[in-house]
Design a protein around this ligand. Structure first.
Ligand code: BES
Ligand code: MN
Ligand code: ZN
Length: 497
């Protein structure tokens, strides 16, 4: 999808040679602005005749209205004009313009004030509403909208928002593509190749480690999950170096279970297909790197993706087995379906070598998080207030919300084991938190945060598909770090949480 930013007055918008115009109409100013131009007249008349109610996402679609170049003109109410209301309005408007004949679209902000965040929200809504997965369904109609002109009163005012929006859309779509691919089209090997290709095209370094190298690193926990599958595991390491040499990187760690059957602790059959989305964390890291490659911010970022299948098999790890993690801590695997934490814990240990400014893991980790927060907000866990605050506000700004959850030590009680340093599960109560407490045992020396995206990474039902979340949140967090410039001296122990 190509985006273009243009300075357009209301009068010029009517002359835009596109298939359709989507005009954002603010609730308050529609009747007061001068109504002597084609567009303002149309809006004023529609409002006067009560054909366009106020209230976010109220619509009026017109066909071949007089004086317009575009044959379809849809007016949509903006509500309070916040980025969230712009997203709602554009989503509704795009729904009304879903015709194969609409290949070029003008998204007109000329009647309202556009800001960086509203432009970005509009672009993402536009892309989301027209997205179509086709890789294994060639008969599906690919998105018909090819080009979108964003028309604002003064383009110079929102150039930054436009650039971030473009990169964010690229990142979200990259994440959606890989998360949506069925597990037989998105194996650990294929994910590794996708990361390599992305690195080659964008000029960043990518290392893809296989079982032998992972064994040499001592990642006994990660290895144990991969044992049941004939697909070889991959450990993907990506380096985006936009910042000063030696500047401490942010490390992003994405859970890359390309299919989660549960292993020997096998899952019920219903909806098991959705466990192809269990690499949503990995997809969001890949997508964020795709966005970084577009935007080239001055920051260093390392992406780590432990990836494998979780399968039952004669070779598979069994409940009660004890494995030794890279950290040296032993783990009694009481439930082979709590596998995400088993691959992430070794990746967190590995992350320490980069002496990171922060480490954020992203994982479709627990069904309990879906129960706690549903599909609206991701679960955010961190013992560090500064880091939690930075991630939470990045989520608000990018409309990719999360909510901070507690990490009291009492939640770790249930992880005690008679046969190892810890068990990998702790009963049903507070399952999202006990999973985070498990991970925390591998991040004691790190400025660490964990995002549980089990409820937000994909949608089920008729709209089944990846959301590309939390790429917007991660990208915003990274961009915010560019401004935070001063880098803490490497290797210093963080204050005790
Ligand atoms: N990938 C699942 C988490 C999941 C389940 C995400 C359903 C979205 C929807 C994870 O590996 C898992 O199976 N977790 C278990 C943990 C339990 C065994 C402690 C869960 O949530 O049931
Ligand atoms: Mn599982
Ligand atoms: Zn899983």
């Amino acid at each position: 999808m190509d985006f273009e930013l243009k300075s357009l007055s209301a009068a010029q918008a009517a002359q835009l040679p596109v298939d359709a115009l989507l005009v954002l109409v603010p609730d308050t100013t529609a009747t007061t602005r001068s109504a002597d131009q084609t567009l303002t007249r149309l809006v004023a008349q529609a409002v006067a005749h009560q054909d366009l109610d106020s209230g976010v996402a109220k619509l009026l679609s017109c066909y071949r209205p007089e004086g317009f170049k575009a044959s379809r003109v849809t007016l949509v109410r903006l509500g309070d004009g916040s980025p969230a209301s712009v997203r709602k309005a554009v989503t509704a408007g795009m729904g009304a313009l879903k015709q194969p004949g609409v290949q070029t679209l003008g998204l007109v902000f000329s009647l309202t004030d556009a800001g960086d965040d509203t432009v970005r929200a509009a672009m993402q809504a536009c892309a989301d509403a027209s997205y179509c997965y086709t890789t294994t369904k060639p008969s599906a109609k690919a998105r018909s909208v090819k080009r979108v002109v964003i028309g604002v009163t003064r383009a110079a005012d929102v150039e930054r928002g436009f650039a971030v929006g473009k990169a964010q859309v690229v990142g979200v779509e990259f994440a959606k593509e890989w998360a949506n691919r069925p597990a037989n089209h998105a194996t650990p090997t294929l994910l590794g190749e996708a990361a390599r290709k992305l690195g080659r095209h964008s000029g960043f370094k990518t290392d893809v480690l296989g079982p032998k190298q992972v064994e040499a690193l001592g990642m006994g926990s990660f290895l144990s999950v991969a044992r049941g599958s004939v697909e070889p595991l991959r450990f993907i390491v990506m380096h985006y170096n936009g910042g000063a040499k030696g500047s401490a990187p942010v490390v992003l760690v994405g859970k890359g279970i390309t299919f989660d059957t549960g292993g020997i602790s096998i899952k019920p059959a219903a909806e098991m297909d959705e466990m192809k989305f269990d690499m949503g964390g990995a997809a969001s890291v890949l997508g964020t790197f795709a966005a970084l490659a577009e935007l080239r911010p001055a920051i260093n970022v390392v992406g780590l993706i432990p990836s494998c299948e979780n399968m039952p098999d004669g070779q598979a790890v069994k409940p009660g087995d004890v494995v030794t993690s890279m950290s040296g801590q032993t783990i009694e695997i009481l439930n082979t379906d709590a596998e995400g934490r088993l691959i992430l814990c070794d990746a967190l240990t590995y992350a320490a070598r980069f002496k990171p400014r922060s480490v954020v893991d992203i994982a479709t980790l627990t069904g309990a998080c879906v129960i706690a927060l549903g599909g609206v907000r991701s679960g955010l866990f961190s013992p560090r207030d500064d880091l939690a605050q930075a991630l939470a506000s990045a989520g608000e700004k990018s409309l990719d919300l999360c909510w901070r959850m507690p990490l009291d030590d009492e939640y770790a009680e249930g992880l005690k084991s008679n046969f190892a340093d810890m068990g990998n599960v702790a009963g049903r109560a507070g399952g999202a938190i006990t999973a985070a407490k498990f991970l925390q045992k591998f991040a004691t020396e790190l400025p660490w945060a964990h995002l549980d995206i089990a409820g937000t990474a994909w949608k089920g039902g008729a709209a089944k598909g990846s959301t590309g979340r939390p790429v917007p949140l991660l990208l915003q967090y990274l961009l915010d770090q560019v401004e935070v410039a001063p880098v803490k001296p490497a290797g210093r122990k963080p204050a005790k949480a």
